[in-house]
Design a protein. Structure first.
Length: 344
């Protein structure tokens, strides 16, 4: 994502579908958004059935709803018009939807919180992508991994059985071919799973399709189920393969938080307890759900104050993306902390 400071606000140019999705976490109801668009204008002398002609306009909206339309790969920002030109085609107070696609530019006016600044910095960095595969003797699961988290792509079943030696090799080859077709592209492919299934597949792939094999990185996962896909992120395999630390950091922080909560007591949760721990200088790492930091949440001011306090005191901060597995799991806590020492 490209951003430029302009006199009228922050000019933004999304460069990928992931950028469009990330903007749904930055733009909030009440924010002023402006850009070029089109409005359908109907002349007074047209018949009732004529829908009119689309005219190019420049509009500024006060955002009400922000939606990522995944099927159309566009960001839809709907709100009331506060200004625009030419005035004969833009009626202040009427509703309008600004459609933003990759490569389009628009301007955002808002005071960016530390959380929003971190999101923009995250978007400016090159966003790694990968395909995740977990495989065993019974089948495989394939998922896409990006800044948006893990998204299932397909599930494949293997009919190969060592009980039928004659048909085993033929059935296994058929399964391998289907799996190879599912991972075509240019992304890094992280393959994990229990036993030797991943090594057997990789050995076959190096002979059958050397070009695809060069994109494959083997990793450890204890199961070929959906939990195995999450495991590839949690155990650092994805971070090692594609250099993405954000999701791995969230997964690692959640694991440590749950472990400390159950055992050592060097963790706390809840707005009151975490506030007290920050005031005492006992917080090592602040943990927050991103939903708390949005203006639509009743505690967003308190949550943003915690984040600012943590940064001021030198504590680390992890903001959980509520659209990922770790974020959904942490949602029941919403706010927590890893502590340097126990407090009463």
């Amino acid at each position: 994502m490209k951003t430029f400071k302009a006199r009228e606000g922050l000019k933004i140019v999304p460069e990928s579908v992931e950028d469009l999705w990330l903007l749904t976490k930055i733009i909030e109801p009440g924010d002023a958004v402006s850009g070029r668009s089109a409005r359908r204008v109907k002349a007074l002398d047209l018949t009732r059935g004529d829908s009119g002609e689309k005219k190019k306009v420049f509009v500024e909206l006060l955002a009400e709803t922000i939606e990522f339309a995944e099927h159309a790969s566009r960001l839809r920002i709907t709100g009331t018009i506060s200004s625009g030109s030419p005035p004969e085609f833009v009626q202040v107070g009427e509703h309008h939807t600004l459609d933003v696609e990759t490569g389009d530019s628009f301007t955002l006016k808002k005071v960016l919180s530390p959380y929003h600044q971190e999101l923009l910095e995250k978007a400016r960095r090159v966003k790694p992508k990968a395909l995740l595969v977990v495989v065993d003797d019974r089948g495989a699961m394939v998922a896409r991994y990006s800044v948006r988290g893990i998204q299932m792509k397909c599930e494949l079943a293997s009919s190969a059985s060592k009980r039928d030696p004659k048909a085993f090799e033929q059935s296994r080859k058929k399964f391998y071919v289907e799996l190879t077709q599912a991972i075509q592209g240019d992304e890094t492919v992280v393959v994990g799973g229990p036993g030797f299934a991943k090594e057997d597949y990789y050995k076959w792939l190096k002979e059958a399709d050397p070009a695809t094999a060069k994109r494959v990185r083997l990793a450890t996962a204890s199961t070929a189920e959906r939990s195995g896909l999450n495991e590839l992120v949690k155990n650092g395999a994805v971070e090692k393969a594609v250099g993405d630390a954000a999701s791995a950091r969230q997964a690692g922080a959640l694991h440590e938080f749950l472990k400390r909560t159950a055992r050592s007591g060097l963790a706390c949760y809840g707005l009151g307890e975490v506030s007290n721990a920050l005031a005492a200088g006992a917080v090592e790492t602040l943990l927050l759900s991103d939903s708390l930091l949005r203006k639509s949440h009743g505690l967003h001011q308190e949550a943003n104050a915690l984040l600012e306090k943590a940064l001021e005191t030198g504590a680390e901060a992890v903001v959980f993306d509520s659209d990922t597995g770790a974020g959904l799991e942490f949602e029941s806590f919403a706010v927590g902390a890893l502590l340097r020492y126990k407090i009463r």
